[in-house]
Ligand binder design. Structure first.
Ligand SMILES: *Cc1c(COP(=O)(O)O)cnc(C)c1O
Length: 362
């Protein structure tokens, strides 16, 4: 596979080559049924096996305790921004949020359409370059839940540990770092993630929900936006995104084959370690704007002295087969997204390129 790019796209993002090859092998005829998985009923035994196996694999790999269920929804993580307050933000309660960057901000804006929002902590004054310390998080007494964004994909800042919220349900948007490391799922009442960064292709949103969250939910909201409906129907109330779920199934098997999340985390640390040390050892030629203690293991953001030099960097990397290194349009700079499926070799090649680029331009 000599001409696969060094893919650092932020999302949709790299998929494991083995997964793509397996999907290709099974594309026209899925496991001897004479059809593609895309061509059969979502109520068929063959599809249901994939659906249920995918839930079971996620529970196993992510060590999800008893009493949680896995839902496969549509509309992306962005629809969860609205579903969460619609379902859980009752009158007289407030939605409490940790404001850590662009994605947390979007979740907050959506919640404000439905009720009162209070910030439990914010790093806006630090331009989102530092995740608030857990001790800085103040949960209002009448909080319906506490929402946080475990990894801010655009700024490149990531929670390194999670708060204990007692009886207040903790909800985590893990769209860009789910399954990148082991997490104590029992701290959370709900975890959600659009699949297209670390789990598979776009089209499915994975929701992990503690069952007690399903009590006393409002019934006067659109059917498709009710967690209760998806719970009762095992995410088969209507046609689910069958192919995306099938791809998530393959990615989960790939993760299992890697040795699970401890092995995945070790690999991710080594991968980003290469890039962060190219930054740190550059004597200021490259600048990592994020506080060292909040650095993301999934999205490495960095800057050069000026935009001209950054443009040159992008141009030269593109010519050498690197893709997706331009920072998000809202923040500029450079960003390497090093999700699970990005190989060590790609990160090594980037770190080597950075060192060479400095030699030629420093
Ligand atoms: C990409 C991303 C989203 C948005 O996901 P969609 O599935 O496109 O709606 C939300 N939160 C985070 C942290 C993200 O990285």
């Amino acid at each position: 596979m000599g001409n696969r790019a060094y893919n650092f796209n932020a999302g949709p993002a790299a998929l494991p080559l083995e997964v793509l090859q397996k999907a290709q092998e099974e594309l026209v005829e899925f496991q001897g049924i004479g059809m593609s998985i895309m061509e059969i009923s979502h109520r068929s035994a063959e599809y249901e096996q994939v659906h249920n196996e995918t839930q079971a694999l996620l529970k196993e790999i992510f060590s999800i305790p008893e009493g949680y269920q896995v839902q496969f929804l549509q509309g992306g993580a962005s629809t969860q921004f609205a579903m969460i307050p619609m379902n859980f933000l009752k009158a007289g309660k407030v939605g409490s949020y940790v404001l850590t960057g662009a994605w947390a901000e979007k979740a907050i804006q959506e919640a404000q359409l439905f009720g009162e929002v209070q910030l439990a902590a914010s790093s806006k004054d630090q331009k989102f370059m530092k995740i608030p310390a857990l001790s800085e998080i103040v949960i209002p007494e009448n909080a319906a839940y506490l929402h946080l964004t475990s990894n801010e994909t655009i700024e490149g800042a990531q929670f390194q540990s999670f708060p204990d919220t007692g009886s207040v349900p903790l909800i985590g948007d893990m769209s860009s770092d789910i399954l990148s490391r082991p997490v104590d799922v029992s701290k959370f009442a709900m975890i959600y993630a659009g699949a297209q960064k670390n789990l598979g292709p776009s089209g499915v949103t994975v929701v992990i929900l503690r069952e007690d969250m399903l009590q006393d939910l409002p019934k006067n909201i659109p059917t498709m936006l009710r967690y209760e409906i998806h719970a009762k129907n095992n995410s088969l109330y209507n046609t689910p995104p069958v192919y995306s779920i099938y791809m998530v199934n393959l990615v989960l098997k790939w993760i299992k084959g890697q040795g699970g999340l401890a092995a995945v985390e070790k690999n991710n640390r080594e991968k980003t370690g290469l890039i962060y040390s190219a930054i740190d050892q550059s004597g200021g030629f490259f600048r990592g704007p994020v506080d060292v203690g909040s650095r993301s293991m999934m999205n490495v953001t960095f800057r050069l002295a000026d935009e001209e030099l950054e443009k040159k960097f992008i141009k030269e990397t593109a010519a050498q087969g690197f893709v997706g290194l331009k920072g998000h349009r809202s923040v500029g700079g450079l960003r390497a997204s090093t999700y699970n499926a990005v190989p060590y070799e790609a990160c090594k090649a980037l770190a080597d390129f950075m060192i060479d680029f400095q030699k030629r331009n420093g």
